[in-house]
Design a protein around this ligand. Structure first.
Ligand SMILES: NC(=O)C1=CN([C@@H]2O[C@H](COP(=O)(O)OP(=O)(O)OC[C@H]3O[C@@H](n4cnc5c(N)ncnc54)[C@H](O)[C@@H]3O)[C@@H](O)[C@H]2O)C=CC1
Ligand SMILES: O=C(O)C1=NCCCC1
Length: 317
């Protein structure tokens, strides 16, 4: 008797079962806390392997390999994600991902899932978790720097969960920011400079492919909260030294931040806590201070998201 072949769950099906990123919040909060509990939390997750794809004269290109096992969910996955700086005249997204879901009891591959929707939604949901804990009371202005895939997923969950009076966007190429403002469901102010967008903002999301700082500490309102989502290589930056050194720094994973984050490594900023430690209550949130959540993205976030989608898909089949 042959074994059952793995199912393929494409982007449309993933979107159907994960129409709102907020559906992932309980599973992600638990996964972050379990991760930060060490061995007792039952998360097995090495820092991702990132393979450069060399090509003479070309822009940076990488393949990331992200395995994780979560005992609480009894779920085993690995995500394969390529991230390529946009090639000129390419319509291909800069990030493309696939998640492989295994049966942990026997090692059999059960499903191959589109990972791009999962990556967009779980990243935004984790930023929303950080924001709920770290943003100042009475936050009124949301500012998004970058107008790509992550900008859209962050807009969706932030406007679902929080009540901002104003949303602002800036992008290096203004056309993309204008397109963003015309595509999303609510009013958005398109700003001509990052400084204009940031000034007076209470919550800031940086989600660009920048390799040098685009956000300066000078511009940031004291007490604001920043979700720093881009700059996932040790020599890439989104935030300047002043902001990194004068904020309270939260990360998803200390090991990953000290291996992969140019903003952390090159500024020498001290890490205050992992988000999971705040969720467990072993570290305080300090929302009255200026706070930075440096997000790098963790494999276990993909594990719980893939399990969520697979379970919903299985229930409907
Ligand atoms: N922390 C996490 O869990 C994750 C982080 N990311 C990172 O988030 C960032 C955004 O990802 P996506 O929205 O998928 O990418 P995208 O390619 O869809 O959008 C990137 C945006 O950055 C802008 N941009 C490109 N180069 C720039 C530069 N040098 N300076 C300023 N802006 C620039 C582009 O105009 C574009 O609007 C990337 O750095 C990506 O690697 C992506 C997935 C997960
Ligand atoms: O967590 C992820 O997935 C990614 N993080 C940084 C950039 C590539 C994808």
């Amino acid at each position: 008797m042959g074994s059952t072949p793995p199912v393929f769950i494409g982007a449309e099906e993933v979107e159907k079962h994960l129409h709102r990123a907020s559906l992932l919040l309980p599973a992600l909060e638990a996964a972050l806390a379990n991760f930060s509990a060490g061995a007792a939390g039952g998360v097995v997750q090495p820092v991702r392997t990132v393979l450069p794809v060399p090509r003479h004269g070309g822009p940076p290109r990488y393949l990331g390999v992200m395995p994780a096992y979560s005992a609480a969910d009894d779920a085993l996955t690995t995500k394969l994600v390529t991230f390529y700086e946009h090639l000129k005249d390419s319509s291909v997204p800069s990030h493309q991902a696939t998640v492989l879901l295994f049966d942990p009891s026997n090692g059999t591959l059960k499903a191959v899932l589109d990972g791009s929707v999962i990556t967009a939604k779980r990243t935004a949901a984790v930023s929303a978790i950080a924001t709920k804990l770290l943003m100042p009371a009475f936050a009124e202005v949301l500012c998004i720097l970058g107008a790509g895939v992550q900008a859209y997923s962050h807009y969706d969950i932030f406007t679902e969960l929080f009540t901002f009076k104003e949303v602002r966007i800036w992008n290096r190429t203004k056309e993309r920011a204008v397109k963003f403002a015309s595509c999303v469901s609510g009013p958005v102010r398109v700003c001509s400079s990052a400084q204009e967008a940031v000034t007076g903002a209470d919550v800031i999301v940086t989600a660009t492919m920048a390799t040098a700082p685009i956000l300066s500490g000078d511009w940031v309102k004291p007490g604001a909260h920043i979700n720093a989502v881009g700059a996932s290589r040790p020599d890439w930056r989104e935030l300047d030294d002043e902001l990194m050194k004068n904020s309270v720094l939260f990360v998803d994973s200390r090991d990953a931040a000290l291996t992969e984050s140019g903003d952390v490594i090159l500024s020498g900023a001290e890490i205050f806590a992992e988000l999971g430690e705040v969720l467990k209550g072993t570290k305080p949130a300090l929302p009255e201070k200026t706070t930075v959540f440096k997000s790098l993205g963790m494999a276990v976030e993909d594990t719980v998201a893939a399990k969520f989608v697979y379970d919903a898909w299985s229930a409907g089949n």
